[in-house]
Write a protein that binds this ligand. Structure first.
Ligand SMILES: Nc1nc2c(ncn2[C@@H]2O[C@H](COP(=O)(O)OP(=O)(O)OP(=O)(O)O)[C@@H](O)[C@H]2O)c(=O)[nH]1
Ligand SMILES: [Mg+2]
Length: 608
């Protein structure tokens, strides 16, 4: 049987089971999955420095000037472009932070593309039909690196890590700058091995013959940052006339993108994803039924034991949360000092170098070396030390919380142990659930949630339920794709912030020396401006890292809460005896779940 047919037949059987057990939450999960299977989405994120021509390229794809373009930094918000055959030509929406979706007039849509807006999460442009076979594509137009880092967490947390393809645009004339270096290295930390990275060299003049030095240079730099040998897409510049806007065709690019998205390899990956989701869903159903069966089987004494055990378990939730809060407070208390130390160290090194007067033949030479090289190298060294310290502290906390949780859950299981084998089954299925979903729950998954709204640590099912409640528009693939190690991601964000701030610091230094001609005092002046620059770097990076730490703390608390909630729901046993009217029916379902699971596993093996 073809994989998709098999997946659909499993859906059919699950649907029959769900009719028997009548659980609204499971039905929501089911329709969520069903929707994804009928329309597997792909994610493509367009990235690159400001004015590299990202929005223009997308306008070319959709053959209409819907996205605003301009010479100055233009795009201020994320715009998601999707196909919707039910609309006429184009339709415009705002997705707000409170999860509401608003229809917009073209006029308001245009204004929002440029202007930051506190309540807006992202914009959505619906088009009737993509020229290529790009059904179910979700394409994201983004602003430049700085704006993404400061204002668009969603892109960093959700869309880049989830993307099938990242399109990275460099303008030929501008070349591969320091910012591109930082940006691509950062992206490299966020994507996994399945994500394709396309390098697009844009606005290449017509008279440039390929191969060309600059193209080789850009390709080499980008390849180094992403640790792959890239083969760039060359997009030639077009000259627009007033009434004839620039709409680059970039056919090779879109054709290849299409091929990649529709490739057998990708279809295989999607099938594997769905089969794993079905395994998840079957576990959810099994846990639910075992919970009901347990209800039928146990006597009054055991009921009270479970109720007490659960109460005692739940009473520990606050303790753990307080522990997390305390640990994060502690870490936040320590990092200003780390930055202060780093600042002193860097300034000292710069001072020594600058004052080594026999080393420099001119102020310009020294200035160039300091602002483009020395500062960067030393800031990088110091931020590594800070990141290492943070990693130690956070990993320690991770281990502690996992230990506490594991021993709490073990104690809960031992305390309420009854003779009923249903209890054993329930414990088994809830443990399996975590094992399967978190791919190693209890070990390294505590931080996984930082990887996105409801990473696997939080429980896939919880995510889907909550996501649906919040927006009715959850990101399908978040469901299974293994979330990246969130700690690594957090640290890489600290590194990215630092790299961005040091660029700003470099400008301060260059600017300060612009007007200095005095051969005697330049060293003192350079040292002074270095101090100022390093201070800006330190303050900036510290503030942003503190904000990121708050977020990490919040998402980890959410994660803990969801684990307790899961236990609460699963062991929500009635204290009264219940008539086992459906017992036979449920036992038959449990049996068919086991059969189905084996079939899915066999199919998974055959695909791999
Ligand atoms: N001559 C010429 N100009 C181009 C071409 N592609 C883009 N441009 C111009 O380059 C400028 C920047 O293009 P945008 O598409 O706004 O660039 P962007 O990458 O979206 O920039 P941000 O939104 O600021 O991040 C605009 O003025 C475009 O008209 C091209 O092929 N030829
Ligand atoms: Mg733009």
């Amino acid at each position: 049987m073809h994989e998709l047919d098999f997946i659909n037949s499993v859906q059919g059987q699950i649907s029959l089971m769900l009719k028997e057990i009548e659980e609204p939450d499971l039905n929501i999960l089911f329709s969520f999955l069903d929707e994804r299977i009928s329309a597997p989405e792909s994610f493509v994120v367009m990235l690159g420095e400001t004015s590299s021509g990202k929005s223009t390229l997308i306008n070319g794809l959709i053959e209409s000037k819907e996205l605003i373009v301009g010479v100055k930094p233009t795009t201020g918000n994320i715009t998601e472009i999707m196909e919707d055959n039910s609309i006429d030509k184009f339709d415009y929406c705002a997705i707000n932070k409170d999860a509401t979706i608003e229809n917009l007039s073209k006029d308001v849509f245009d204004k929002l593309q440029i202007k930051p807006d506190n309540s807006l999460l992202r914009l959505r442009l619906l088009i009737n039909h993509f020229k290529y076979d790009l059904k179910n594509l979700r394409l994201f137009d983004t602003p430049g690196y700085g704006s993404i880092l400061d204002n668009h967490e969603e892109i960093i947390k959700n869309f880049i890590p989830e993307s099938d393809i990242v399109l990275y645009v460099v303008s030929y004339k501008v070349g591969f700058q320091n910012e591109d270096n930082n940006f691509v290295s950062f992206v490299n930390n966020l994507i996994d091995k399945d994500t394709k990275f396309y390098l697009i060299i844009n606005k290449v003049p017509a008279d440039i013959n390929i191969p060309d030095n600059r193209i080789c240079e850009i390709t080499q730099h980008a390849s180094d940052c992403i640790h792959q040998n890239l083969n760039p897409y060359i997009v030639r510049t077009i000259n627009g006339v007033n009434n004839d806007p620039i709409l680059p065709k970039a056919e090779e690019l879109w054709n290849d993108m299409c091929k990649d998205l529709l490739s057998e390899n990708r279809k295989k990956k999607i099938s594997i994803n769905y089969l794993n989701l079905q395994l998840d869903l079957l576990l959810e159903i099994e846990t639910c039924i075992n919970s009901k069966l347990l209800n039928y089987k146990i006597d009054k004494d055991s009921r009270t034991k479970i109720k007490d055990g659960l109460e005692s378990l739940l009473s520990k939730e606050n303790e753990i949360i307080k522990k997390i809060q305390k640990a994060f407070d502690n870490i936040r208390g320590k990092i200003p000092n780390l930055f202060e130390k780093a600042e002193i160290k860097i300034v000292k090194i710069l001072e020594d170098e600058i004052m080594a007067s026999n080393k420099w033949t001119s102020m310009e030479e020294c200035n160039a070396f300091v602002s483009s090289h020395l500062i960067r190298i030393n800031v990088e060294k110091q931020i590594q030390i800070i990141k290492y310290e943070l990693e130690l502290e956070l990993s320690k906390l991770n281990d502690e919380i996992n230990d506490i949780l594991n021993s709490l859950l073990l104690k809960f299981e031992l305390n309420i142990k009854t003779d009923a084998f249903e209890f054993e089954n329930l414990i088994k299925s809830i443990s399996k659930k975590y094992l399967q979903k978190a791919s190693g729950y209890g070990l390294n998954s505590f931080f996984k949630i930082y990887g996105g709204t409801g990473g696997s640590g939080a429980g896939v099912a919880n995510f889907a339920k909550r996501a649906l409640k919040w927006s009715g528009d959850a990101i399908g693939k978040k469901f299974t794709r293994e979330t990246h190690n969130a700690l690594a991601k957090f640290l890489s964000k600290v590194g990215a912030t630092s790299a961005k701030s040091v660029t700003a610091a470099g400008y301060i230094i260059i600017e300060a020396l612009f007007y200095v001609n005095d051969a005697l005092t330049w060293q003192t002046k350079l040292i002074k401006s270095c101090r100022e620059g390093i201070n800006v770097w330190s303050k900036d990076t510290l503030i942003k890292s503190m904000q990121d730490l708050y977020q990490l703390e919040l998402s980890n608390i959410e994660n803990i809460k969801s684990i307790f909630e899961d236990y609460k729901n699963t062991f929500d046993i009635s204290t009264d005896n219940i008539e086992p009217e459906n017992e036979e029916k449920f036992r038959t379902i449990v049996k068919s779940i086991e059969d189905l699971r084996n079939k899915i596993k066999t199919t998974l093996k055959s695909i791999n």
